[in-house]
Design a protein around this ligand. Structure first.
Ligand SMILES: [Cu+2]
Length: 188
């Protein structure tokens, strides 16, 4: 008859401990999925990075950095329930790193980072007229400018080449004509 109060006592001791352990764990929000996904290669135009958590989050702080380490975000990240969205405008193809931090519903600060590869279209030169992005992407116009001058240089070389080629042709013609004249003189 003594084991029943013991079982009750054990239940009374274990139940609060279980509630303490499971309570905060149930309210603790984790990262469920991301768009683009970790390790994914994006070939379509990308306008935003979206992080989806298992529960409501607030106070998002998200930085999406391009291959040069400069942020490609065009506005602050916003939280809507369990989804965090940050608008982006990639300026280069390559590895993009998402570094994020949010406050879970239970008050815990969560943070992490992951990377994806962007292989979609990029502006040929920074569109300063429409994009309010603070990042001035270094325009790589130097290689493009060097190409026409190289083409002009090879085109200039073709002139002397034609003259040089013409000399052997004239010499060969002179030899043939001379040979024919000599043969005709021998016959007569
Ligand atoms: Cu938590």
């Amino acid at each position: 008859m003594t084991h029943r109060p013991r079982a009750l006592l054990l239940a009374l001791l274990v139940l609060p401990l279980w509630l303490l352990g499971a309570g905060p764990a149930a309210a603790h929000s984790g990262l469920s999925s991301t768009s683009p996904a970790e390790g994914a290669t994006v070939s379509d135009p990308l306008g935003a990075v979206v992080l989806t958590f298992s529960g409501a989050v607030r106070g998002p702080d998200v930085v999406v950095a391009g291959p040069d380490g400069v942020s490609v975000g065009t506005a602050e990240a916003t939280a809507d329930g369990s989804a965090v969205t940050v608008p982006v405008a990639p300026t280069a193809t390559g590895t993009h790193t998402v570094t994020w931090a949010v406050t879970s519903a239970d008050g815990h600060r969560l943070e992490g980072s992951y990377a994806f590869t962007y292989a979609g279209p990029v502006p040929t030169r920074p569109a300063a007229s429409t994009t309010p992005a603070p990042g001035n992407a270094p325009a790589t116009t130097a290689p493009a400018a060097a190409t026409p001058s190289e083409a002009a240089a090879t085109r200039d070389d073709s002139g002397p080449n034609l003259l040089v080629r013409g000399v052997p042709v004239l010499l060969a013609a002179a030899v043939v004509v001379g040979g024919v004249v000599l043969l005709r003189r021998r016959r007569t």
